[in-house]
Write a protein that binds this ligand. Structure first.
Ligand code: F6R
Ligand code: MG
Ligand code: MG
Length: 367
């Protein structure tokens, strides 16, 4: 047992209602019952169950550190139990993200997305957990850059002595399975060479220069695990706020610009990421546009005080309106780039089959 607290956010799509648009409340109550038992047995300090679109989100606090077998097993069992409920209700895509047959020590590489961090809880510990639907890991690269490295977003980088030293980004190359650290502001140009390629280089974590964890995201790419398109990653990201970290307002500010992310219909289209309150996190139009919710918590000795629905604020109305304008414009492109993803990003869809089928019909051009 550690004096430190561990925040584990583990998520999976185990069945949609209706289609891929939302979550049936029976899955939420099933998950709550299981996590309630895990808390009563002492494995967890606290938990919160929610959904973003068709993704079941388990927010858990405990004293066991990251990658804890018992916590991961519990999450897996919740997803299995909820899959049974989804099958019973004939929900869509029941068990969709559970790519392994049986649990073997850790849910990493088994389909669910995982964002975990262990830290010494401060006197007051404000946290924001972002959860997205209809998009992929890599969607947090731009907002994390803005929060922790862009002085036009985060005033404290310039005027607060606590933030002035800058931060350290951990970038994962999810294709070559390797990682690299970049210090900002010194290395922002090097960082951006990679962070701008969101399909391959994904911001996994941000630390203070002293090594204190500030933010962590889920970097699992479902298509890379499954070897084919099975659904979107729909990633999560947890950010510590205030004091030595960006303020709550700095952490939310990047989402006033609905940046374009990969995902949307069949995971094969670019679309703007719409910041929404929980009751609007139900992608419908063309299975989108992609959504992000932000739940705020205060930690109290590991207990989750909250959540506050941070995008339930008219200050984000213009971002939502702009999302719809951009969505209209992109939709008018139909199957053309840059609405549809480029060919190399489509390698896990049916595109390779079409290419294979037509292979013999291509004729060489005279040189
Ligand atoms: C995107 C997503 C949906 C589905 C689409 C087709 O992440 O989940 O856009 O890809 O609704 O779904 P299937 O192939 O299951 O009919
Ligand atoms: Mg789904
Ligand atoms: Mg989803």
């Amino acid at each position: 047992m550690s004096s430190k607290v561990t925040l584990s956010v583990i998520k999976a799509d185990v069945g949609g209602y209706v289609g891929h648009s939302a979550m049936h409340e029976d899955l939420l109550s099933e998950a709550e019952t299981h996590l309630g038992s895990a808390r009563d047995e002492g494995l967890l300090v606290d938990f919160h169950v929610t959904a973003c679109g068709d993704d079941l989100e388990l927010v858990m606090t405990h004293r066991n550190g990251i990658d804890h077998e018992g916590v991961h097993r519990t999450a897996w069992q919740v997803f299995e139990a909820c899959t049974e409920v989804a099958k019973h209700l004939r929900l869509y895509g029941a068990g969709q993200d559970l790519l392994a047959d049986a649990f073997s020590g850790n849910v990493r590489g088994m389909g669910p997305g995982i964002a975990e961090m262990e830290f010494e809880e401060r006197e007051s510990e404000p946290l924001i957990i972002f959860m997205a639907d209809k998009t992929s890991a890599g969607a947090w690269n731009l907002p994390l850059y803005k929060m922790f490295a862009d002085p036009f977003n985060t005033a404290g980088l310039v005027i607060s002595p606590a933030l002035h030293a800058g931060f350290r980004f951990e970038i994962h190359d999810v294709k070559a399975r390797r990682r690299i650290l970049f210090d900002t502001p010194e290395e922002i140009y090097d960082l951006l060479v990679f962070a701008g390629t969101t399909g391959q280089f994904v911001a996994k974590a941000v630390y203070s220069k002293k090594g204190t964890i500030a933010a962590v995201s889920s970097t699992e790419r479902l298509a890379l695990i499954a070897g084919k398109y099975v659904g979107k990653d729909d990633p999560v990201c947890a950010v510590r706020c205030q004091g030595d970290f960006p303020a709550v307002g700095d952490v939310l500010e990047p989402f006033t610009m609905p940046h374009i992310v990969a995902g949307w219909m069949r995971g094969s289209h670019y679309g703007p990421l719409m910041p929404v309150k929980l009751s609007e996190a139900h992608p419908s139009r063309f299975d989108g546009p992609p959504r992000v919710i932000a739940l705020g918590f205060q930690l109290a000795e590991g207990h989750l005080v909250g959540p506050r629905d941070m995008f339930d604020d008219p200050a984000f109305d213009e971002a939502r309106r702009l999302t719809n304008i951009i969505a209209d414009h992109l939709r008018h492109h139909g199957p053309f780039e840059p609405h549809r993803l480029p060919m190399d990003e489509m390698e896990y869809t049916t595109m390779p089959e079409v290419m294979e089928k037509l292979k013999a019909r291509w004729e060489g051009l005279p040189s």
